[in-house]
Structure formats: C-alpha cells, structure tokens
Design a protein around this ligand. Structure first.
Ligand SMILES: [Zn+2]
Length: 173
C-alpha cells in the first residue's frame, strides 16, 4: 500500500464530476487500499478518489468514533443515495482537501445508500449520525462538490483565500 498525496482546494479536479467505475480491476483494488491507508494516516474519516486525483466514483470511509472500538473500513464504488430523511442534522464538517477549516453544514439526518463493493456485489445500508454526514460529504466529492459550497459566498471566499495562501507556502517549501 502507498500513501497518495491529497489534493488541496482550489484544484480543478476537485470540481469535476467523477466517472462511474465500469469494472473492478486490480488498479481499482489498489486505489481503494491506498486510499484507506491515506485516510487513516491523515487522519480522516472519509476520502473520495478525486481527492487523490483519480476521477473515479469510489470512496472510502470509517466513521467509528469510539477510540477502543474496532475499525470499520468501508469501500463504496458507484454509491448512490436512494433515500434521504426529511429530518435534518447539523455537523461541523472538515475536509482533508481543506485542512484546518471547519464549518457547520446541514444535511439529511439519515440516508440510504446503494453501492458496489470490492466483492462485486451490490450493497445497501441506512446511515445515521456521523456516518450519514460522512457518506453524503464523500458522495458530494464524486459530483465535484465541496462542503464549502454550502456556505455563504463570503465565508467560502475567505476559506479559499486561506487555502491559496497555504498552497503558495507549501510550494515554496
Ligand atoms: Zn472532503
């Protein structure tokens, strides 16, 4: 497994809709493994393929919060929200592509998602709490949407300027 560099906003690849995965190849398996390792290393609770520059509809997540609980690494290929609750919930979200910036985002409190697993089978599950927020945030990435797109323009521009500055500093190294 290999750690992959995570793209930092603004980057055109983070604004591009990703393509469905047509076949689970060795390349896709390797990508999923690398993304899980990259996510745990960051550390984060979710990572979408466009964040490592791969425009495939694939995401990984593990939103287990309890420190001594067993990890639950999940790989979702071509995920689709098939149902969303009318109940909404607000979470303070962050993003590995927008380091150290957090903001409250309101989303459906529960969602049902259907996806293709690495086993080639179709899976479906209802997510709630942090898992629901996480899976919606990651699916947004596959559509080229970031959590800051839900914020008021002023706040979004402020965060974008901070990220541009961070990228310049990193480039100077
Ligand atoms: Zn994100």
């Amino acid at each position: 497994m290999t750690l992959r560099p995570i793209l930092i906003h603004p980057d055109p690849r983070l604004k591009t809709a990703a393509q469905p995965v047509a076949e689970i190849t060795d390349e896709i398996r390797r990508l999923a493994d690398d993304m899980l390792e990259t996510m745990y290393d960051a550390p984060g609770i979710g990572l979408a393929a466009p964040q490592v520059g791969q425009l495939h509809r694939l995401l990984v997540m593990d939103a287990v919060k309890e420190e001594d609980a067993a990890p639950r690494p999940m790989v979702l290929i071509n995920p689709e929200v098939t149902w969303a609750s009318e109940d909404r919930s607000v979470y303070e979200e962050g993003c590995l592509s927008i380091p150290e910036q957090f903001a409250e985002v309101e989303r459906p409190a529960e969602v049902e998602v259907r996806w293709l697993g690495l086993d080639g089978e179709t899976h479906a599950e209802r997510f709630e709490g942090l898992w629901a927020t996480c899976v919606q945030h990651e699916i947004d990435h596959l559509d080229g949407r970031l959590f800051i797109d839900y914020l008021k323009p002023m706040k979004r521009q402020m965060i974008t300027r901070k990220m541009q500055k961070l990228k310049r500093e990193r480039a100077r190294g």
